[in-house]
Write a protein that binds this ligand. Structure first.
Ligand code: HPA
Length: 237
């Protein structure tokens, strides 16, 4: 049934089968303005902008997820379950847990480890790790190779908490769980894809490094994440 509680679509079929999801609505707008043609804006609710357009003549949508698992949990569930979306590719930022990653490096997430209760509460899922779609990842990896963009294929940490009282906890998560970086959404996205029989993947660009404390500004981030965007946009069908 459309529209749903959080997405206000006026026409059937307006959302493409593949949706790119940055966290930030202004990044969704940047992608639509910079890379898409024949753009139509399909969502404004809560300023979670959603656009459909064509990339090299192929249809694709881009819609913001907001920050954190509760937020991407709502939007990805509605897109998959009510709007016929088959693939969601999150394109986000992450904080690096190691000096092996530099600012602006791109990571293709193989699996997300999390302390989150999202999947347990949602459907009784008992484990702390969820894999990305192998099908989407092998396509994204091939696209990155063809474009000559290096991607690190890594396990990542999906965290519910940005500001921890014990800053150094990340060292244990790196050492004991093998997560090279942290973001806040993929575990919930991958879970929704699995329970609904759909596909999800995640590309991340390093925006800060917890070891060196290097940071990027939000202005730099909005324009400088284009490598990750160009890889994901090639998934247009
Ligand atoms: N923590 C959580 N999420 C993030 C970070 C971080 O340091 N950087 C970018 N996304």
């Amino acid at each position: 049934m459309i529209p749903t509680a959080h997405i206000e679509v006026k026409e059937e079929g307006i959302i493409a089968k593949t949706v790119l999801m940055p966290g930030d609505p202004l990044r969704a707008k940047f992608i639509a303005d910079t890379f898409l043609e024949n753009v139509c804006k399909f969502n404004n609710v809560r300023n979670i902008f959603g656009y459909t357009g064509t990339y090299k003549g192929r249809k694709i949508s881009v819609m913001a997820s907001g920050m954190g698992m509760p937020s991407i949990g709502i939007y990805s569930y509605e897109l998959f379950n009510f709007y016929g979306v088959e693939n969601i590719i999150r394109i986000g930022s992450c904080g690096a847990y190691t000096t092996d990653l530099n600012l602006y490096d791109v990571i293709l997430c193989t699996e997300a480890w999390s302390e989150s209760s999202y999947a347990k509460v949602q459907s009784g899922y008992e484990y702390d790790t969820i894999a990305a779609s192998l099908t989407l990842n092998s396509k994204l990896n091939k696209i990155a190779e063809d474009l000559g963009i290096k991607v690190h294929k890594n396990r990542i940490h999906s965290s519910d908490v940005f500001y921890r009282e014990n800053f150094d906890e990340y060292k244990d998560i790196y050492t004991h769980h093998g997560c090279t970086c942290v973001e806040m959404e993929s575990f919930a996205l991958f879970h929704n894809a699995n329970i609904l029989g759909k596909k999800a993947a995640c590309l991340l660009t390093v925006s800060d490094n917890l070891v060196t404390r290097e940071l990027t500004t939000s202005e730099e981030r909005q324009g400088a994440f284009t490598n990750m965007m160009k890889i994901a946009l090639e998934m247009a069908e």
